[in-house]
Design a protein around this ligand. Sequence first.
Ligand code: PLP
Length: 475
Amino acid sequence: MKYISTRGQSPALTFSEILLGGLAPDGGLYLPESYPQISDADLTAMRGMSYAELAFAILSRFVDDIPASDLKTIIDKTYTAEVYGFTRQGQNPADITPTLKLDENLYLLSLSNGPTLAFKDMAMQLLGNLFEYVLAKTGKTTNILGATSGDTGSAAEYAMRGKQGIRVFMLSPHKKMSRFQTAQMFSLQDENIYNIAVEGVFDDCQDMVKAVSNDAAFKADYKIGAVNSINWGRIVAQVVYYFKGYLAVTNNNSQKVSFSVPSGNFGNVCAGHIARMMGLPIDKLVVATNENDVLDEFFKTGLYRPRGSANTYHTSSPSMDISKASNFERFVYDLVGKDSAKVRELWTSVDSGGSFNLTEQGYFDKVASFGFVSGSSNHANRMRTIREAQQKYGVVIDTHTADGLKVALEYADKNTPMLVLETALPAKFEDAIAEALGHAPERPVSLNGIEALPQRFTLMKADAGAIKDFIAKNT
Ligand SMILES: *Cc1c(COP(=O)(O)O)cnc(C)c1O
């Protein structure tokens, strides 16, 4: 299995070769040359599998340059009840991603039981183990540099802490994350984790990362790596739970299900699209956005119009506050019939601050055949949905999941199970939950008092030179 770029001008590479990188050299995103197909018999065989067995059955179809027994060991060590233990009362941690029935044909797919209480742990924990394995094999090391407003940075740090050959330098805007998120990250005492609080906003952090990435010599000398949302390893790991969710709510392969996905950078729902392309019987993929509705606008009109960071709203579902959807190019590549020249043309416009309209270009009609529909939410919808979920279903959900549920209900049909992906636990966004319900959500007992733990971080000016000096001094 080789991986090619959506822009068609980079050499084809193996899984391990693209694992540690970001964009392809031609500016595109990596995709497999073709999607492996799951037969009816394969799907039937998957019905009895544990999460780790299922993950191996799926990932081994995408990874052919790591010996199967090694891949299996890495997967078995990742998907355990110990790692994904923050399940709700009554749920079995051994299920890794348990489903919770809310109503007739309406379910929550719990993806946020990992160490940082958000779905990003599902892929990032695997990535940490894969990175360590591939680096050990090649005798290399890497310094991961990233910017975070909360969920990505903590998931990356909890996945990479203590790993051989890996250091993490994570920039976050000083005093802009929630107290809980700050405590989650800054209380880590592992020597290979460097938290850097930048005197500025998230965009300043991102600009510092970009400046370092654009310095090719520094990047090579200091082996700078990334774990951002376009990383193929993250996408492919997320394919697994679409299968798990499907199998949990069906008993034969002629049934279809729909998924509602709280979306930002389009990584999560892109994995759902890939599951569908592999042959998983998915009816609808519901793209749910918040006030930053660039994706909702596209799926309703065919117009893709990134907003720019100055026009990005700060919302109460902050992990979906994006100006453009980084992974969207992967879907558009399939939509335009794998025509990489077309993708280059479209992104020439996007990369220079423009937009494109696929209705005018005759491609938009095909969106429905891929099962995509969409909707958006806002703060008032979110608060009401959190209250109604508690009253009607007796469950407290977080703000992002509330956006997913709100839009799911607009597309729910009585005959098709709808699974709403739970992308974070409410404990992670206490203030918003308290606003909705009048009281803070329950927090896992082992995380009580986390804000009082000693914190380890470095305060830094928003200056690319400062982070370069810091990396140079600490490697
Ligand atoms: C990252 C994140 C999202 C958005 O996921 P994408 O893959 O970027 O679409 C949604 N909800 C939560 C809680 C997140 O952390």
